[in-house]
Design a protein around this ligand. Structure first.
Ligand code: PLP
Length: 366
């Protein structure tokens, strides 16, 4: 039986090797190793791919969220509403600006923020909402806005897992106030190291984020505001600019493999559903299985690697105990953490591997 990895970037590198090595050499020969034309070129290309607006490259998806919050003037004691089944960095970014995360339970069918529960957690200290487009699925940001009872709260879309996804034709990250993207290597658009970006249609916010990522400078050596160092590396920008034109094809391959899982998995295996109106980015293909850890071990014994996104609900982690969420306070989030299982999925995964995984799950899951 062929081993099936969860992720392997090397086949993609092989297919792009010539242009990738030329792009890397171009940066090394350019004489500019911090920001500069390579980063600008990528930022402009990404903004074009999103239909306009401004993209600001930074060091990670975590920092993209931090820059967004700081540009919006969110800080100590402010509340930011999000979910607890996301990656930890969504929440650590909130804590990094001194704000307080407030969690909403998720819809168990989609694993996305349950918008019906949102109005109940809004209060005078709420300063922003962070819908997380988990697994490449998308929260209906337009419907979310309608639940804000007329309040003009900023919406920061956590698009780390959803680049290339869209909602009724609108790209992930462009529906709210700011989109925050990650180029972590496994992501739909992955760098060969860390990277991230913010997107916004608002020129004033864009200018603030650009200044904040570089010590608060507008002109050299003079801080206009209290900034940080979070720049997109030009080597990574060149890597990303090389991959960006291929992103729609990469996402289409992910969608084809996901459709194959849909078709091949036995009907008793519960899938996390794509939300209505969403062209799913298929960053991850996630199913729910009781006795998940035993299923994982059995698949591992058959050479099949899987992932869990995520095994621990954030509101129950030691780091966030002071927030005071009891066991059982977000029941769907907690049940998902016990049962979710991510199956191998990346653009270069052979279809035969999908068939192999589906057949193995059929044997392993009673
Ligand atoms: C949903 C989500 N938000 C934020 C992040 C943070 O991105 P990064 O690892 O680039 O800081 C990630 C990825 O790790 C993520 O999956």
């Amino acid at each position: 039986m062929n081993p099936v990895p969860m992720f392997d970037y090397r086949a993609q590198l092989e297919s792009l090797r010539g242009e990738m090595m030329a792009a890397i050499a171009r940066v090394l020969d350019s004489g500019t190793l911090i920001l500069g034309p390579e980063v600008e070129r990528f930022e402009q290309a990404m903004a074009r791919s999103l239909g306009g607006g401004t993209t600001i490259g930074c060091n990670s998806g975590t920092d993209a969220l931090v820059l967004a919050f700081r540009a919006l003037g969110i800080g100590a004691g402010d509340q930011i509403v999000t979910v607890a089944n996301t990656a930890v960095p969504t929440v650590s970014a909130i804590r990094m600006v001194g704000a307080v995360p407030v969690f909403v339970d998720v819809d168990p069918r989609t694993a996305l923020m349950d918008l019906d529960r949102l109005p109940a957690v809004l209060g005078p200290r709420t300063k922003a909402i962070v819908p997380v487009h988990l697994y490449g699925n998308m929260v209906d940001v337009e419907a979310l806005r309608e639940r804000l009872r007329g309040r003009e709260l900023p919406i920061i879309e956590d698009c780390a897992q959803a680049q290339g996804a869209s909602l009724r034709g609108r790209p992930a990250g462009t529906i709210g106030t700011i989109g925050a993207y990650s180029f972590y290597p496994t992501k739909n658009l992955g760098a060969y190291g860390d990277g991230g970006a913010c997107w916004t249609a608002d020129p004033a916010l864009a200018a603030r984020m650009k200044s904040l990522r570089m010590y608060g400078f507008e002109d050299a050596y003079y801080a206009e505001r209290d900034g940080i160092n979070s720049r997109l590396d030009p080597l990574q920008a060149a890597v990303l600019a090389t991959k960006l034109p291929h992103l729609p094809a990469f996402v289409a391959l992910r969608q084809q493999l996901a459709a194959r899982y849909d078709e091949r998995l036995p009907p008793r295996i519960v899938r996390i559903a794509a939300a209505a109106g969403v062209a799913h980015g298929r960053h991850l293909y996630v199913v729910r299985v009781p006795d998940r850890d035993a299923v994982r071990a059995a698949l591992d014994g058959r050479g099949i690697k899987t992932g869990v996104h995520y095994p621990f609900p954030i509101h129950r982690m030691r780091a966030y105990a002071e927030l005071g969420y009891a066991d059982g306070s977000l029941p769907h989030t907690e049940a998902l953490a016990r049962e979710v299982l991510s199956l191998p999925l990346f653009p270069e995964l052979p279809q035969a591997s999908v068939d192999q995984v589906a057949a193995a799950l059929d044997q392993v899951v009673r």
